[in-house]
Ligand binder design. Sequence first.
Ligand code: NAD
Ligand code: ZN
Length: 240
Amino acid sequence: MLEEVAKRLKEAKKAVALTGAGISKESGIPTFRGANGLWKKFKPEELATPWAFQRDPKLVWEWYLWRRSLVIDKEPNEGHFLLARLETMVPEFWVITQNIDGLHAQAGSKNIIELHGNIWRERCSSCGFKRVNRSDRMEELPPRCPECGALLRPDVVWFGEALSPDALDAAIHHSETCDVMLVIGTSAVVQPAASLPLMAKNAGVFVVEVNPERTPISDMCDVSLRMGAVEFAQALQRYL
Ligand code: NAD
Ligand code: ZN
């Protein structure tokens, strides 16, 4: 199986990796469904929404600062490094990620589409102001825009919000025009990212899933490997 996957990657003119929270788990960042997925008594679905922010921006910011504290000292793992290496091997390679932790860039990947934004970026809820703030502390909560005084919010996509059309269009385009797609560490339930493997499959792409657990897309994939991202990276390296 792995030999076949390696062969496909070596022959590919273009390949894509679609990643989710699972690829960062072995870096020590909990997935939403993991044991550390809960903060205080809240579920992510109750905090990562525009309505929660409207009701209680301080609470939502406290949660994001907690999530930043889980990420700030973490390093990419061999799964992230494998994808950075593939970008140097395959003529065209894209990482499409649902993660907001920034670890793909830290690992050296350049062609990255961050479908759900980035936890270190902040943007004004009113004007166009944006900034990167790599800190898990804030003097003023909730923070205010230095340009117009309105509330700053995390530059991430919340439940109930649309993805950036440009990011989504690019993700669909690359998914449908690649030769191989690796789907690593996503539960394949959060839309619209979960439909990218289906679009790829319909376009004739060779789709490989890497996940310790079965998911709704497992049966549809050409290869579905029950293993973690690090184990996959280590095993695949031998054939590359
Ligand atoms: P999810 O939490 O719903 O699912 C994670 C998946 O990873 C599961 O299917 C699980 O079986 C799998 N997994 C567990 N350990 C793994 C390993 N070692 N290697 C590979 N896979 C492993 O995550 P999701 O599908 O990404 O969707 C949840 C949403 O929450 C997304 O928007 C996601 O990006 C966001 N989120 C992001 C982070 C992050 O940025 N690191 C963390 C938590 C949640
Ligand atoms: Zn502003």
